[in-house]
Write a protein that binds this ligand. Structure first.
Ligand code: URP
Ligand code: ZN
Ligand code: ZN
Ligand code: ZN
Length: 484
């Protein structure tokens, strides 16, 4: 059974042209004029683009005494509804737990996914077992990205010595290091101080995580990555301070990528000063939303290429879960949703405003991600042979975002009331039409794991640093006699 997407304009990261796209057996089999197939999808007036890839989600994640409320079924259904056809989640070993063991747990949850998925592996502790299993994770499981939390002291945080050891191992194995860059020690101090002074509301969450803690940690991670020779991917970049460090590193030839979130690009810190406690608490995430100066910096980074991709860090908690933090902001589960809204919000605020071209939109929502994470051109491409993960994008279709109409399992939406113009007419996941003119036809369990092997040494960080400074004792002739 074949499907032809007819009459649309194909938009990739580098080309725009009129063509039909024929899909069979889950893959793109032909691109060209006047194609015929068993089923025809009318793409008149639409852009035919690679489906979005969200490189950062937390589905059914144990965190802060609870579990994030979207699981792999509802989370990926939300993704497809908004034009995203692949998610990359985080397998999170608890301290002392092996990496392979954690992977099994995530495989059990991910079996329900309605679109394709992969994982990053989190390094939440360091020891011989982690050192050994990293090789198996990369070589046998096809997971080449390892996340390090520099925040969440006493829970997920790793220290500099652990990061140095882990980054060194990854450099050897051809992996990529990811960091959540906030100085966890300083955040813990500020949190204690704020609580002691009676600042217990959600606004204090923002005070406890100023841009400096992010700038410092980002810079520290970049320097450690440079010393170990590992490429570095900085997740949820929210501030000019962090962006500045990334921009500088890239200008010096370091292999560093920055990932802003759609939330930080479009929502600001005033959300935390809303008189309704629930409203503010629902928007508590780390790093917090910031002011216009920081937002402008993130947009400038996307426009100039110093920031590479846009994600959501989708980690959705219900209002009831957020209320764990009444009387103590540090107990509000950290995280916000966005899987369904990333593509329409970025189109509306990025493309429709003229900040991004449609090709740049494809690059930052899909193709760049597939290339960095090493699953291109299986994903992120409209090419013969690529997986038929396709969004048929109608730039004229509009809606006002409302929790009452969303796929996510939670009871609110941080973008509630925002008007978007630009939405999927059809979303295809490996050829299956999961969104059909507004109708959701997702299939639980349709999603498959996508392997992303290591890059060997091709993807190394600064190419010459290690050779120039490789430790080498100096041969000396005159050695002075010892004094005593
Ligand atoms: O607040 C956030 N970002 N929650 C999800 C976990 C993380 O830090 O990415
Ligand atoms: Zn994080
Ligand atoms: Zn995250
Ligand atoms: Zn299917």
């Amino acid at each position: 059974m074949s499907t032809v997407i007819k009459g649309g304009t194909v938009v990739t990261a580098d080309l725009t042209y009129a063509a039909d796209v024929k899909v069979e057996g889950g893959r793109i089999v032909e691109i060209g004029p006047n194609l015929k197939g068993d089923e025809v999808l009318d793409a008149t007036g639409c852009y035919v683009m690679p489906g979005g890839i969200d490189p950062h989600t937390h589905l059914e994640m144990p965190f802060m005494g609870t579990y994030s409320s979207d699981d792999f079924e509802s989370g990926t259904r939300a993704a497809l509804s908004g034009g995203t056809t692949m998610v990359v989640d985080f397998a999170l070993p608890s301290p002392g737990q092996g990496l392979i063991d954690a992977l099994k747990m995530w495989d059990n949850k991910a079996g329900r996914a309605t679109c394709d998925y992969s994982y990053h592996m989190a390094v939440t502790w360091w020891g011989e077992q982690v050192f050994d299993e990293m090789k198996t994770v990369i070589e046998d499981h096809g997971i080449n990205t390892f996340k390090h939390f520099m925040a969440y002291k006493g829970a997920l945080m790793v220290n500099d010595d652990e990061m140095y050891a882990s980054f060194s191992r990854l450099a050897e194995l051809g992996g990529i290091a990811l960091v959540h860059a906030e100085n966890g020690d300083v955040v813990a101090e500020l949190t204690a101080k704020l609580l002691a002074a009676g600042n217990t509301g959600p606004e204090a969450h923002a005070y406890s995580r100023p841009a400096q803690v992010e700038g410092e940690a980002t810079n520290r991670a970049i320097m450690i990555a440079d010393m170990t020779g590992v490429p570095l991917y900085v997740v949820h970049v929210s501030s000019e301070d962090a962006h500045e460090a990334i921009r500088r590193a890239r200008s010096l030839g370091k292999r560093v990528w920055g990932e802003p979130l759609i939330q930080h690009l479009t929502l600001d810190e005033s959300e935390y000063f809303h008189p309704d406690w629930d409203h503010a608490a629902r928007r508590v995430m780390s790093p917090p939303f910031r002011n216009k100066k920081h937002q402008d910096s993130l947009w400038a980074g996307l426009m100039s290429g110093s920031l590479s991709v846009v994600a959501t860090d989708h980690c959705a908690f219900t209002t009831e879960q957020k209320r764990f933090g009444i009387g103590d902001f540090s107990k509000i589960p950290n995280g916000t949703g966005g899987l369904e809204d990333r593509m329409p919000m970025l189109w509306t605020h990025g493309v429709a405003t003229g900040r991004l071209t449609p090709n740049e939109f494809v690059a930052v929502t899909s193709t760049n991600i597939a290339k960095i994470l090493n699953c291109y051109p299986k994903k992120g491409a409209i090419l013969v042979g690529a997986d038929a993960d396709i969004v048929v994008w109608d730039p004229e279709k509009e809606k006002t975002i409302a929790a009452s109409a969303q796929q996510s399992a939670i009871d609110y939406n941080v973008f509630e009331g925002h008007h978007v113009k630009g939405l999927p007419r059809f979303t295809l996941t490996r050829g299956h039409v999961a969104v059909h003119d507004g109708e959701i036809r997702t299939r639980e369990g349709h999603g498959q794991f996508v392997k992303r092997p290591g890059n060997g040494t091709v993807n190394r960080a600064l190419s010459t640093w290690k050779e120039l400074t490789a430790p080498r004792p100096v041969e000396r002739t005159g050695i002075p006699a010892t004094g005593v």
